[in-house]
Design a protein around this ligand. Sequence first.
Ligand SMILES: Nc1ncnc2c1ncn2[C@@H]1O[C@H](COP(=O)(O)OP(=O)(O)O)[C@@H](O)[C@H]1O
Ligand SMILES: O=C(O)C1=C[C@@H](OP(=O)(O)O)[C@@H](O)[C@H](O)C1
Ligand SMILES: [Mg+2]
Length: 168
Amino acid sequence: MLIFLLGMMGSGKTTLGKELAEKLGYTFLDLDAVIEQKENRTIAEIFAAEGQERFRALERETLQTIVTNYKQAIVATGGGTPCFFDNMALMNTSGETVFLDVSVKDIAQRLSQSDLSTRPLLAGKTQSELISFLGKTLSERRRFYEQARHIVASPPYTINALLALLPL
Ligand SMILES: Nc1ncnc2c1ncn2[C@@H]1O[C@H](COP(=O)(O)OP(=O)(O)O)[C@@H](O)[C@H]1O
Ligand SMILES: O=C(O)C1=C[C@@H](OP(=O)(O)O)[C@@H](O)[C@H](O)C1
Ligand SMILES: [Mg+2]
């Protein structure tokens, strides 16, 4: 089975995805990391050199390659993945989708302790700019995220909450 983790930057897709893959013995794929390997440059470098539009095209292409080549894996998507092209439909027809619905307050708290420069959409923002950007972005993206088959909406967002939802 393919399991796609969806949600905002900082919602824990990469962290929980790794843990879940280890627990289930599945391959773990982080969509951003696969793009970086393929391109031999970082997400920040892709945005800086070619802009978000090119990144979204690469993201779509990579998602399609994963869906074609893997039958069993946990896929941590990027925060924007569900919101471009028909990526949401592609994921819903290829496996199980889980939206990690973490509050803006919790996300901002987590991200303030991380290096924002690796996430080009957040780089250089103050804490109050970060909170207002995350709030606006989540309200625009929610309609895509809510197309996920499963939603994890209560803290502490553990893998046990994920395991309880999935038809394994
Ligand atoms: N369940 C959690 N509780 C608290 N902090 C978390 C949790 N999951 C992730 N984090 C922290 O939040 C930050 C972003 O996590 P990450 O997995 O990179 O998110 P995403 O891939 O969704 O952007 C990291 O610093 C990580 O250590
Ligand atoms: O929300 C977004 O548009 C993005 C999220 C990032 O992934 P994470 O959600 O893992 O930070 C990465 O794909 C890129 O910086 C754009
Ligand atoms: Mg990630």
